[in-house]
Structure formats: C-alpha cells, structure tokens
Design a protein around this ligand. Structure first.
Ligand code: SF4
Ligand code: SF4
Length: 148
C-alpha cells in the first residue's frame, strides 16, 4: 500500500482543512493529499512531511517555525497517541481524533498556531462534537460525522 507522511499535528489540520494555507501551491498540494488520503497508509513522521513540502516556511530541511511546530507535534502526538514510524489509515486517524481530541485539549494543543484565531478549526470541532450532558463545559469528543 502506498503511503504518505504526516507529522502529528497535521492529522487535525487535515481534519479541519477548509482551503486556507500559506500559498496557492501549498493549498493545491493539501487538496491533492486529501484526495488520496483514504486510499493510502499514513506514516507518522517527525519533522517535515508531505503537507510541508511546498510550504514557503520549509527551508533547508526544517520548518522556519521549528520550535512552535515541534511543540504542536508533541502536544498532538500525546493527545492522539501517535508514535513516529506508526502507520494508520485515515479512518483510524479520524477514530483517534473522535476518541481523544476534546475542545479543551484542542485549545491547549493548538494555542500557538497562527491559524487558530481564524476560528475555522474550532468551528469544525464544534460541528463534529458532542457535549457531555449537563456539564456546561466543552468536554465533547468528535462525533462520528467524519469531515473527509
Ligand atoms: S489550529 Fe492550527 S495546528 Fe491546530 S488544527 Fe488548526 S491549523 Fe492545525
Ligand atoms: S509552517 Fe512548517 S510545519 Fe507548517 S506546513 Fe509549513 S513547513 Fe510544515
């Protein structure tokens, strides 16, 4: 089975993607990846992945925002229980998001992402989130309505 590479925080980015990105080439590549993601294995990697390849922030083998994205990767790997070298299908990845990603965890894990303030990812999680009855807090997990 062919595979594509995702760094840990890009699983949720892919789940929430709505066509925004760093450049037209980046967005085009992202759409191409999403078009094939259900038919390939996804390998968890450290560092640059297939989404990063055309990114203008990709320079000399690392991300220009290396410290920030490493923190994002670390947080998302912990929440989704992803390990480098692990391979999973997109459905398995969505299942991990459904099982482990709460809105509280999202707000912490993604707090330093510049895209977060647009509210797109939060709205996507809201749309696909069930709330704990009577809790009054954002404690939902992602519903079974997978985005892609
Ligand atoms: S807030 Fe940023 S890191 Fe988090 S899912 Fe959205 S784009 Fe990805
Ligand atoms: S900003 Fe960095 S981590 Fe994000 S897609 Fe670009 S190169 Fe990859």
């Amino acid at each position: 089975m062919p595979s594509i590479k995702f760094r840990p925080h890009h699983f949720l980015c892919a789940f929430c993607f709505e066509g925004n990105g760093y450049s037209p080439a980046f967005v085009k590549n992202f759409y191409q990846i999403l078009a094939q993601v259900k038919n390939v294995a996804i390998e968890v990697v450290e560092g640059l992945d297939d989404i990063c390849q055309p990114c203008p922030n990709h320079a000399q083998g690392i991300c220009r925002s290396q410290q920030t994205v490493q923190a994002l990767d670390h947080a998302h790997a912990n929440i989704l229980q992803l390990k480098p070298g692990e391979q999973l299908t997109w459905l398995q990845a969505v299942e991990k998001i459904k099982q482990h990603m709460t809105l509280e965890k999202f707000h912490l894990a993604c707090q330093n992402c510049n895209w977060k303030k647009l509210g797109i990812c939060e709205a996507k999680l809201h749309k696909h989130t069930r709330y704990s009855a009577g809790s009054g807090e954002r404690q939902g997990t992602v519903s079974s309505e997978a985005v892609i």
